[in-house]
Design a protein around this ligand. Structure first.
Ligand SMILES: [Zn+2]
Length: 423
């Protein structure tokens, strides 16, 4: 049930990407001015690229470029061609806004529909969509893709977990869309009401918008007795729908390469990295009309894999996101992503799948406190000692572990906050 674009031979796909990239570049060499000027100054706008490798001659774009262009500076077309505006909430200051033409919205729905198909969704099924609706692209993005595929959509949005549980229990949807941390919050809520989330009739979930691990997948799959699949995207590229895992292999996220050209670079040297080596994901939109991006530095860290997938699709797969380039912290000279600690917390059978990392500095060196909760009936102190040992074995540095009472750590209504920097 893969679409024809997902099973092209590599040579056919490259030819299609090159043709689309050159068309995009020729559009961009005229507008928006911010990109046109930069292309002209690097002398790359005037002649088409001869092959995809030449993409390395193009300038990078960053979040700072988008912020600078706030509010509508990068829309790249007459304002009256913009059908929708979405954005990402800046952690500080103003949001980053992106625009969509009617055909961009169609493209977005199409790639999300592919992601849902990858997750095992079929026309006629029902999706409970617990992604937030609004400026954030999760809710409306999943919504349009699900409708395009022919699903019934429950637009539950985020929060009000009690109502979410009621709707799931009464409507018995086939699939759930949410952040992974919120999916676990829903399962926990069911159990607190004395109900078994495995009895709710769900068969798959499509989860994203925050980094998560194989251990988290296992916890969610066991909690609901479902297949849990990873979806990836960012509003600067399109929203959710840039890539997703297939249910057959669950081994990397297929990138929709006919619309998004992906590279992985070393965030320090900016040099391209080979398959299997994690680095910063960089995207170029090949078909988006409004708010196109060229070599956009996503800030997300993953690796690529071009080997064929068991499901028959030929598109490149990206690994799970290890974290954000700027979420990485350094403890005694060791680079650590919160997701690497999550792996160890969730691998412990006596700890609940929630955690909070507190980074502080009282003396000359930063200290990390890992806060966890023991499962009901478990020996918390023993679990803490075990986790402390596992963290030391894994990273070679000491971290403090504190066991908190059940239910005391913050639960996620959307994107989970994992790291509190108290320095
Ligand atoms: Zn596959």
């Amino acid at each position: 049930m893969a679409s024809p674009e997902e099973t092209l031979r590599r040579s056919e796909l490259s030819a299609l990407q090159l043709e689309r990239l050159n068309r995009q570049l020729s559009r961009l060499s005229e507008s928006p001015p911010a990109i046109a000027e930069r292309l002209a100054s690097q002398g790359v706008a005037r002649r088409p690229l001869a092959d995809l490798e030449e993409v390395e001659r193009l300038p990078f774009m960053t979040k700072a470029d988008l912020r600078e262009a706030y509010p509508l500076g990068l829309f790249g077309a007459a304002r009256d061609q913009v059908a929708r505006i979405q954005g990402s909430s800046g952690t500080r200051g103003k949001p980053t806004l992106v625009g969509y033409s009617p055909s961009d919205l169609t493209l977005w729905a199409e790639v999300v529909a592919r992601c849902l198909t990858l997750a095992g969704a079929r026309p006629g099924q029902m999706l409970h969509n617990a992604y937030g609706y609004g400026l954030f692209t999760g809710g409306l993005g999943l919504h349009a893709g699900a409708e395009r595929l022919g699903l019934t959509v429950m637009p539950a949005s985020g929060g009000q977990t009690q109502r979410q549980c009621l709707l799931i229990e009464d409507l018995r949807p086939d699939g759930l869309a949410a952040t992974p941390s919120y999916a676990l919050n829903i399962a926990e809520h069911f159990r607190a009401e004395g109900k078994d989330p495995r009895q709710m009739g769900l068969s798959w979930a499509i989860l994203g918008a925050e980094p998560w691990t194989e251990e988290m997948r296992r916890a969610i799959e066991e909690a609901f007795a479902i297949d849990a699949l990873d979806i990836y995207g960012l509003s600067e590229v399109i929203g959710p729908g840039v890539a997703a895992e297939c249910r057959e292999a669950k081994d990397g996220l297929h990138v929709h390469e006919d619309h998004f050209l992906v590279e992985v670079i070393d965030p320090e040297t900016l040099a391209p990295l080979p398959d299997g080596v994690p680095g910063e994901l960089v995207f170029t939109t090949l078909t988006r009309q409004i708010s196109p991006v060229l070599r956009y530095r996503s800030g997300d860290v993953a690796s690529l894999d071009h080997t064929p997938c068991r499901c028959g699709r030929t598109t490149v797969r990206m690994s799970r996101i290890k974290g954000r380039v700027d979420d990485m912290f350094v403890l005694r000279g060791v680079n650590i992503f919160p997701s690497e600690i999550e792996r160890l917390v969730l691998a412990d059978g006596e700890l609940a799948p929630v955690y909070l990392l507190r980074l502080s500095q009282k003396g000359p060196l930063p200290e990390l406190l890992v806060e966890v909760e023991a499962l009901a009936g478990a020996d918390g102190e023993r679990a803490a000692r075990r986790l402390s040992r596992a963290l030391h074995d894994n990273f070679g540095v000491r971290m403090d572990v504190a066991v908190k009472p059940p239910g005391s750590l913050p639960r996620s209504d959307g994107k989970a906050r994992r790291l509190v920097d108290e320095r």
